[in-house]
Design a protein around this ligand. Structure first.
Ligand SMILES: NC(=O)c1ccc[n+]([C@@H]2O[C@H](COP(=O)([O-])OP(=O)(O)OC[C@H]3O[C@@H](n4cnc5c(N)ncnc54)[C@H](O)[C@@H]3O)[C@@H](O)[C@H]2O)c1
Length: 442
């Protein structure tokens, strides 16, 4: 039963251009994955937008359409890809080097397609990613000039690929840690800082600025500050463009945001949580630099603090020792191993331990998130949702929120928020899970 009119959403007509910043492990796994799915050579497992259903109305109504049939999302057949990267490898070479997908099964059959995706020169500066060297880079006197070149790339891609809409997802390396400063406070100070080559303006911010100036939604998959600054948030609101971030929530943090709410729900205490990882891909190498790791560490550490609310539960969570490590270990490549040792305590303070050993594949977990973000940010744009898209917190380790709000990290609250937003967009009743009407009949 529809309870309100819903949002007037422009149809997903024509092609959707997905421009990726970075053409490394995550991006190539995403692109190659979509193409394999389009050719019937695999399923988009891990993608809520493609595999998920959404319950509508009462449980007795038995209405649970697939999300992609419920909301007007772009069809996978209509996606067209482009990317920037300082390393000149085309998507095929980059995918082979990343070593995520099985070459004969998932790359050779689509070799021509992947070879057709060649990275545009990047706005890149080694100051922000110490462990990388790039040759395929833009030249310009000022950062503002580089941003203008990025805008030109977006415009030419629109024309050459014949796309009607574009979204940008940052899938590039994690930049060094930056805190918001005076340069980030307003559009005027931001633009001036670009002109003065202020170090406070990282390359990722140039892409975000270019995206917003070209009316393109921007999602940030890494923990960099990027769009998480007032200047770009105001610009997004002013120009009515959706933005979101940051840092894809994939392996260890996803598990953390499932387990921590469970302890809290049962009022079990937590003494310590030690998380360590071994990772051998390029991301692991970049994160081996202490300045890039600091950016990631902040993003990973915040989660427990917000979920457990130590201020409200000092006896249970007032003294948690939380540590996160990432160790670069080349033999494992993209197949990360994440260990968690969790020290909890129960009735009368008796201690217990939980060990999690997640032998995951980083890019296999991240690729479907890139897909969902591209599709949902495009939907948001067509539904005239602008600025921070908190309903997409589900996908991020450090979700952006309106100023003054604390982020919601619990994966299942995030999922409810996402699905309720879809219901709201389509004029369907919110699901509160009260359910008293099944028992209290008139
Ligand atoms: N895979 C996951 O589970 C996961 C989860 C959360 C976040 N991330 C983040 O996603 C990002 C991508 O991960 P990945 O495994 O694909 O890394 P990767 O190293 O394989 O790819 C990143 C690519 O970005 C390029 N790059 C760096 N700076 C750039 C710039 N200024 N412009 C354009 N390209 C640039 C690099 O040359 C590289 O090819 C990383 O920041 C990582 O921390 C990944």
């Amino acid at each position: 039963m529809a309870v309100e009119a819903g949002r007037d959403i422009a149809p997903a007509k024509g092609k959707l251009g997905v421009m990726l910043v970075g053409l490394g492990a995550v991006s190539t796994t995403f692109i190659a994955g979509v193409e394999n799915v389009r050719r019937g050579r695999g399923l988009p497992i891990g993608s809520l937008s493609q595999m998920g259903t959404i319950r509508l109305g009462k449980r007795t109504e038995r209405r649970s359409p697939k999300i992609k049939e419920f909301v007007p999302l772009a069809d996978l057949q209509d996606l067209v890809f482009a990317a920037w990267d300082p390393i000149p490898d085309d998507a095929y070479t980059a995918a082979v080097k990343a070593g995520v997908l099985e070459r004969h099964e998932h790359l050779e059959p689509i070799k021509d397609f992947l070879q057709g995706i060649k990275p545009l020169p990047a706005a890149f500066d080694q100051y922000y990613v110490k462990r990388l060297q790039g040759t395929n880079v833009k030249r310009g006197e000022t950062k503002r000039e580089l941003a203008e070149q990025l805008r030109e790339d977006i415009r030419s891609f629109r024309k050459s690929a014949g796309v009607s809409r574009v979204v940008i997802v940052w899938c590039a390396s994690t930049e060094v840690f930056i805190t918001p400063g005076p340069a980030h406070q307003s559009l005027a100070t931001f633009e001036k800082a670009m002109e003065q080559n202020d170090p406070a303006i990282a390359p990722s911010m140039l892409y975000a600025y270019a995206a917003l100036m070209e009316s393109v939604p921007f999602a940030n998959g890494a923990p960099n500050l990027t769009v998480d600054v007032p200047a770009l948030q105001h610009l997004a609101e002013e120009r009515k463009i959706p933005i979101g971030g940051k840092d894809f929530k994939t392996g260890q943090t996803m598990m953390k945001t499932v387990l921590a709410p469970a302890f809290k729900a049962r009022m079990l205490g937590l003494a310590g949580w030690y998380s360590t990882n071994i990772l051998g891909n390029r991301d692991g190498e970049v994160l081996d630099d202490p300045e890039s790791f600091k950016t990631k560490e902040e993003s990973k550490l915040g989660v427990l603090e917000y979920i457990l609310q130590p201020d409200q539960y000092p006896e249970l969570y007032g003294n948690v020792f939380h540590k996160v490590r990432i160790n670069y270990y080349p033999p494992r490549g993209d197949n990360k191993e994440g260990w968690d040792n969790i020290d909890i305590f129960g009735w009368l303070g008796y201690p217990m331990q939980i060990k999690v050993d997640f032998l995951c594949r980083d890019s296999i977990l991240a690729a479907p998130i890139v897909l969902d973000l591209a599709l949902f940010f495009d939907l948001a744009q067509r539904a005239r949702l602008s600025g921070i898209q908190e309903w997409l917190s589900f996908y991020f380790k450090s979700p952006q929120t309106a100023p003054g709000l604390y982020p919601e990290h619990d994966l299942f609250i995030q999922q409810t928020k996402l699905k309720n937003t879809l219901r709201w967009l389509m004029g369907e009743e919110q699901i509160t899970h009260l359910g008293i009407e099944y028992y209290e009949k008139a």
